[in-house]
Design a protein around this ligand. Structure first.
Ligand code: PGA
Length: 259
């Protein structure tokens, strides 16, 4: 049984006052985080505040990005060891906004994945196709290429320490979601690709779905056998909707466990 994870990607949102309020709101349901992994990804400037607020709880936090190496002349960048120092356990790597808006290519994403592991962070590798690629029938090919670049650089065993988030680019922030069947098909394709190299990794790695995941579509998506939780953007900015998704993740997965 893979433990479900619901992760909130707050992107470039929030000020200290709203971050404080959001964390307080999320902590209203402490029982959830004993059954599932709950993680928040605030903006880097809010990481130390979040660490102070969450210290001693079972909620984890992580960063949305990192740069290579431990330190050096890289103005504006943040290293993995700086993130570990702030108590981060996870880091997002290769989010489609980083790929599309900040020119991160597969080689840089792979290097960041490796840098995360070197800093003892668990990377959540984001993969996903654009609408054009889906329409051309290239979804699996694109995702395989995104995975292959990381496997080539870091080796397949590195995935023992990692998670994957399947986030169709056309579903991010658009209100469109992949149907449960579409998402499940891609999650299976990811496992099939990994199984060609290491069967146990394919079976144990957690693969999250992301892209307009909300409380109302979470039950169907999270019920899919190969979807192990969600990476939530917009709906993670309100405690109520984030907790509702966490609740679904817990209910669905606990239900499966009993069944
Ligand atoms: P969304 O974002 O839930 O707002 O679509 C998801 C993500 O970008 O991780």
């Amino acid at each position: 049984m893979r433990k479900p994870m619901v992760a909130g990607n707050w992107k470039m949102n929030g000020l200290s006052s709203s971050v404080r309020a959001l964390i307080e709101g999320i902590q209203q349901e402490p029982h959830l985080s004993s059954s599932i992994d709950m993680v928040v990804f605030p903006a880097a400037v809010h990481l130390s505040l979040v660490r102070d607020l969450l210290a001693g709880t079972s909620l984890a936090w992580g960063a949305q990005n990192l740069y290579l190496g431990e330190n050096g002349a890289f103005t504006g960048e943040i290293s993995g060891s700086m993130l570990t120092d702030l108590g981060c356990r996870y880091v997002l790597v290769g989010h489609s906004e980083r790929r599309a808006l900040f020119g991160e290519d597969s080689a840089l994403v792979a290097a960041k994945f490796q840098a995360a592991l070197q800093a003892r962070l668990q990377p959540i590798l984001c993969v996903g196709e654009t609408l054009k690629q889906r329409e051309r029938g290239e979804t699996e090919k694109v995702i395989q290429e995104q995975l292959a670049a990381v496997v080539k650089k870091a080796g397949i065993s590195a995935f023992r320490q990692a998670l994957i988030a399947y986030e169709p680019v056309w579903a991010i922030g658009t209100g469109l979601t992949a149907t449960p069947e579409q998402a499940q098909a891609v999650h299976i394709a990811i496992r099939r690709y990994l199984a060609e190299q290491e069967v146990d990794i394919a079976q144990t790695i957690r693969i999250l779905y992301g892209g307009s995941l909300k409380a109302d579509n979470a039950p169907q998506l999270l019920a899919m056998p190969d979807i192990d939780g969600g990476l939530v953007g917009g709906a993670s900015l309100e405690a109520k909707s984030f907790l509702a998704i966490c609740q679904e993740a817990m209910a669905v997965k606990l239900g499966q466990r009993v069944a």
